[in-house]
Design a binder for this molecule. Structure first.
Ligand code: GSH
Length: 202
């Protein structure tokens, strides 16, 4: 049985969306986004830094959202949601899958710290401005990618659960501007996806 350790409004939504999309049976352990639960000994045994998501599959326990998405797709998707190695889309899949944590999330993490986590006295306007600028630069090629694609690399794939979810988070932080029309259209498409809706409303 799969078990997802989850917090609302976090990267764990990526995994919940995938579990729902594949119609898999799972248990959900909903954790409060607060040190009292995330940094408890119990949760640090699952994740050394006390973070989410963490997935258990029988006696396997795995963290890092990208690794979890790849794990579920490899073991539980019957070959769907990922191009095979010989497919010309395979390198594109790898590239955009890793672009999420590699290029989009670092500035987004800074924006979250500078707008939500630090107290007002500790925030720094210049760091925030630089992070917003970097995020906007990182989103521009994704907007271009979506010019000719409904989903990020054409059909729904692992890339959507990673990078697609980070586009949703960018928009929530008001970092997708009106000129990024293809990203806005894509987010509209996601808003019609029941599995995605379930993940972001749990
Ligand atoms: N690269 C990791 C990042 C995990 C991460 O930072 N998760 C955040 C939620 S989105 C978290 O648990 N934060 C709690 C904390 O920093 O105490 C992944 O993709 O899973």
């Amino acid at each position: 049985m799969l078990k997802l350790h989850f917090c609302s409004s976090s990267r764990a939504e990526r995994v919940l969306w995938l579990l729902e999309e594949l119609n898999l049976k799972y248990d959900l352990n909903k954790i409060k986004f607060h040190p009292s639960e995330l940094k408890s000994d119990e949760h640090r045994n699952r994740h050394p830094l006390g973070r989410v998501p963490v997935l258990e599959d029988g006696n396997i326990s795995i963290f890092e959202s990208g690794a979890i998405i790849e794990y579920i797709i490899s073991r539980h998707s019957d070959g769907s949601l990922k191009p095979i190695v010989e497919d010309k889309k395979f390198p594109l899949y790898l590239q955009w899958f890793h672009y999420c944590e590699g290029m989009v999330m670092p500035p987004m993490n800074t924006i979250v710290v500078q707008t939500l986590i630090l107290s007002k006295e500790r925030r720094n306007e210049e760091i925030l401005r630089q992070a917003k600028n970097l995020l906007s630069k990182a989103l521009a090629p994704v907007n271009k990618l979506l010019e000719n694609n409904n989903y990020l690399i054409g059909d729904l794939s692992g890339v959507d659960f990673m990078l697609g979810h980070s586009l949703y988070m960018s928009n929530k932080l008001e970092c997708v501007n009106e000129e990024m029309k293809n990203i806005l259209r894509y987010l509209d498409l996601l808003s019609q996806n029941n599995a995605f809706q379930k993940a972001i409303s749990t």
